[in-house]
Design a protein around this ligand. Structure first.
Ligand code: HSE
Length: 308
């Protein structure tokens, strides 16, 4: 079949990266989804329609990140000269610049949809390499592709390897979303290039501990495992409410809470009191005059998939 003959629809989960100590390596896929419908065109025409999150701000031209991802895969597959445009329809539930992996979801949706239109020549691992080359770090794109929790590394030869797993416990995620945006670029600029060895040890031990606790179902250890000294303390100046929100979540029964990705969303892990925790977290922002809402999410176990 010609690659411009049909429309494909895919669904990709939002993601929360870092999960406390796992800076740039641990992520989890959440039950909040962006949908993409894609038709490739031989003619030079780009029609982009956007519904939901980012409808007012996402570019509808060559800068559009879904289209950039599509073009990247077309280039890799040697099809760039056959396709000059596309009809793109994005239906977004993942808020933009919020710490829930909106750019990763957009990239992965473009790659997944174009791979299907090409006849699935690439594996998820291949798509992961391309997605990381666009996004710059693997901790959101890996769970967006595979689902569940993922632990990712970049090998000494520059390849990304990810291992996915589902936790051995019943886990809900309560995410509070303040009505603010924070670009990942800005949130990375405040991070120091070097950290004390004791802080590195603090994080290495907790990142490993978190994975072990999740895999063994040792819920009582999660509260120790989510501690972090590599990014949250530096980002606090961009989000002064962070520490109090985390404390409130834990006070109301969460196993642990952390900045979701680069923020400003904050995520709590729990198996109980979900609404009580969400309200308490949102109230911290309300008291400071910032609108905030919360959502209770499950872990998405499938990652990116075609909607038939
Ligand atoms: N690990 C990244 C960060 C996730 O914290 O900067 C943001 O996309």
């Amino acid at each position: 079949m010609n690659i411009t003959d049909r429309v494909v629809q895919v669904r990709v989960p939002g993601t929360s990266a870092n999960c406390g100590a796992g800076f740039d390596c641990i992520g989890v896929a959440c039950s909040i989804y962006n949908e993409l419908s894609l038709r490739l065109l031989t003619e030079d025409r780009l029609d982009i329609e956007i519904e939901g999150e980012g409808a007012d701000s996402i570019p509808r031209d060559q800068r559009n990140i879904v289209w950039r991802a599509v073009k990247c895969l077309l280039r890799w597959s040697g099809n760039e000269k056959n396709v000059h445009g596309a009809e793109i329809y994005m239906k977004n539930a993942v808020p933009i610049s919020s710490g829930l992996g909106s750019s990763a979801a957009a990239i992965v949706s473009g790659l997944t949809a174009s791979n299907i239109l090409l006849g699935n020549p690439y594996t998820k691992w291949n798509l992961l390499q391309t997605a990381v080359s666009i996004e710059g770090h693997p901790d959101n794109v890996a769970p967006a592709i595979y689902g569940g929790f993922t632990v990712s590394i970049v090998t000494d030869t520059g390849k990304t390897q990810s291992i996915g797993f589902m936790p051995h416990m019943n886990l809900k995620m309560v995410v509070v979303m303040p009505d603010r945006m924070l670009s990942t670029r800005k949130a990375r600029e405040v991070l120091p290039d070097d950290v004390p060895r004791r802080d590195a040890i603090y994080n290495v031990s907790r990142a490993a501990f978190l994975v072990a606790a999740l895999c063994k179902g040792q819920r009582n250890f999660i509260k120790y495992a989510v501690g972090d000294k590599l990014h949250q303390q530096y980002r606090e100046k961009l989000l002064p409410e962070m520490r109090t929100v985390i404390e409130e979540a834990e006070k109301h029964g969460a196993m642990g809470a952390f900045l979701s990705g680069a923020g400003p969303c904050i995520m709590a892990l729990t198996s109980r009191n979900t609404d009580e925790i969400g309200k308490a977290m949102a109230d911290v922002f309300h008291r400071n005059g910032t609108d905030a809402r919360y959502r209770v999410l499950d872990i998405d176990r499938n990652g990116a998939c075609e909607i038939k």
